[in-house]
Write a protein of this length. Structure first.
Lengths: 110, 115
């Protein structure tokens, strides 16, 4: 699986937008970009995924660079409940397994 | 729709003892995964089932860990005998199919402490 690079931690103020970056310079043409998050003492939770085009859902937006070597998860208005570890993961081909890194720990403050 | 169920939620055992974890995936999901998450790390895939067949068990320590998914529904993960380094959260996940773009749904996990 291609490797991703994320900052170890980020901070945000409540009700402000948050942009979580992910670099994946060795991504292949068939790799999907997935984002999961893990709240304290819970299992990971799906956030969003995409292949080439930007994606929006009720939780977040995913902006994918034109060369696909990086992507950004956008939380439009962070709340205290968004404090979690966010994982950017690639998988492709016929493999559905997820290879987690250490992710970005997002802190949200009042 | 009910989520992925796991039991027990917590387990404390002494080293060299045996332990088993149970997982009930989302109804109709063909693919089931077991992950191990050590404190401070991301989850690591141990084994993946497609229906009741093993697709990937390359990171399963087969000398002490075993897993089965009888009838392609529930699954059990066993550790025998346990070591101190097995202390971790064991997560079960399921997905409807076996393709790269599929979403995985995770259970709450079982926290294992080996003393």
């Amino acid at each position: 699986d291609a490797k991703t690079t994320q900052p170890n931690s980020m901070e945000s103020n409540e009700e402000e937008p948050v942009h979580l970056p992910c670099n994946h310079s060795t991504i292949s043409g068939t790799d999907y970009i997935h984002w999961y998050r893990q709240l304290p003492s819970q299992g990971p939770e799906y956030v969003i995924h995409g292949l080439t085009s930007n994606v929006n859902n009720r939780m977040a937006s995913l902006a994918i660079a034109e060369d696909r070597k990086s992507s950004t998860l956008i939380l439009h208005r962070a709340t205290l409940r968004d404090a979690a570890v966010y994982y950017c993961i690639l998988n492709g081909g016929t493999a559905s397994k997820l290879t987690f890194g250490t992710g970005t720990r997002l802190q949200v403050t009042l | 729709e009910a989520g992925v169920a796991q039991s027990p939620r917590y387990k404390i055992i002494e080293k060299r003892q045996s332990v088993a974890f149970w997982c009930n995936p989302i109804s109709g999901h063909a693919t089931l995964y077991w992950y191990q998450q050590i404190l401070g790390q991301g989850p690591k895939l141990l084994i993946q089932f497609q229906n009741n067949g093993v697709v990937d068990d390359s990171q399963l320590p087969k000398d002490r860990f075993s897993a089965e998914r009888l009838k392609g529904v529930d699954s059990t993960l066993k550790i025998q005998p346990a070591k101190l380094e097995d202390s971790a959260v064991y997560l079960c996940a399921s997905s409807s199919r076996y393709r790269a773009g599929d979403t995985q749904y995770f259970g709450p996990g079982t926290r294992l402490t080996v003393l």
